[in-house]
Design a protein around this ligand. Structure first.
Ligand code: TF8
Length: 339
């Protein structure tokens, strides 16, 4: 028993230390409590970001704002948590943008395949004018959007066989996020996709309801998908952002000084959480290999087969998303690439 415990402890991910809190104490009236729910588990990079957010907010409010963290979708999946914010029964959450496209159609731009060749290009867009405009747009419908984080580059896993080219996907049942563009991607590649909430995914994989799924390495490990998926392919096919949301009902009760504190803390959390995610990505890919997962790394020529096959998706979604927005982002990416 002791041996087993030691073994699982040594396999646990080594998180970078939480940074110190900087900035003055913020004084305002009232005491507040924030329940902050996320879909990923306690061992993920997202949760580490939330711990930093908690530390900043509690220290700088001198304890007048208390933050309680609820990882692992225990208070609901991305859509349920977002609805709870609108209802005012939950104060904060940090979903992927993809399941919220039904509320905010422009978020679908981030679901376009191979949009950001490098994470820094996603940063430039999210931290720039386009990202700010999207936060403003999402600050409606009972929500206040106060920052971006990183879910990251998505990788394919499955229980059946190695996938090296689109033809290998034939007949594979792939769980996607609840998002039409993602369904389109996997249909176009020749797979058999099914949308499903993240909270149901482990059981669906375990019971063979679906053969595969796609998520960043850190989520594959922190949700233990490698225990039920033998094969992975480093596809990097989509970069998914996280968006930090606050219930408008809660927000409107907060003094302005505390609203500003939450905005600052959300920005710092976003930067730190991206740093953690990027620092751990390669390490975790290696851990997954060591744990026995067979990981296929694609050559640039192999990646191109996926990219070429997915090019029609850009045309299919152009009108829906807005051609100008797509062109703007592609121009920014090209500019960044040239530098
Ligand atoms: C998914 C997403 C999720 C996140 C998180 C659970 O596959 O990538 O991992 O949105 O909230 O559903």
């Amino acid at each position: 028993f002791l041996g087993l415990t030691a073994l699982s402890a040594s396999a646990a991910t080594e998180m970078p230390p939480l940074p110190d809190v900087t900035g003055d104490t913020v004084k305002a009236d009232g005491d507040f409590e924030i329940k902050f729910s996320i879909g990923t588990t306690e061992s993920g990079a997202q949760y580490r970001g939330l711990e930093y957010f908690e530390k900043i907010v509690e220290q700088r409010s001198d304890g007048h704002i208390q933050v309680a963290l609820f990882p692992g979708a225990q208070l609901g999946d991305d859509r349920q948590a977002t609805s709870a914010l609108q209802a005012g029964t939950l104060e904060m959450t940090m979903p992927s943008t993809s399941p919220l496209v039904n509320m905010f159609p422009k978020f679908a731009v981030f679901d376009l395949p191979f949009l950001f060749p490098k994470p820094e290009m996603a940063d430039a867009v999210l931290d720039g004018e386009i990202g700010q405009q999207m936060l403003d747009d999402a600050s409606s419908k009972g929500l206040v959007a106060i920052g971006w984080g990183e879910n990251g580059y998505r990788q394919l896993t499955n229980s059946q066989h190695p996938v090296e080219k689109p033809a290998d996907l034939e007949g594979l049942k792939i769980r996607t996020m609840e998002n039409e563009l993602h369904l389109d991607i996997w249909r176009t590649l020749g797979a058999n996709p099914t949308p499903m909430s993240f909270a149901e995914l482990f059981t669906a994989l375990e019971q063979g309801v679906v053969d595969g799924q796609e998520n960043p390495w850190i989520t594959i490990e922190s949700s233990k998908f490698n225990e039920v998926q033998d094969y992975a392919t480093e596809t990097n096919h989509v970069y998914t952002p996280f968006i930090t949301l606050v219930s408008a009902r809660f927000w409107d009760r907060l003094p302005e000084e505390y609203q500003q504190l939450l905005r600052d803390a959300a920005t710092k959390m976003g930067d730190y959480q991206r740093h953690v995610s990027r620092t751990l990505n390669d390490q975790i890919k290696q851990d997954l290999k060591d744990s026995g997962m067979q990981i296929t790394e694609l050559t640039p020529e192999q990646v191109k087969l996926f990219q070429d096959k997915l090019e029609p998706v850009y045309q299919d979604w152009r009108d829906e998303i807005g051609g100008e927005l797509i062109d703007d982002i592609r121009a920014q990416v090209q500019q960044a690439q040239a530098q």
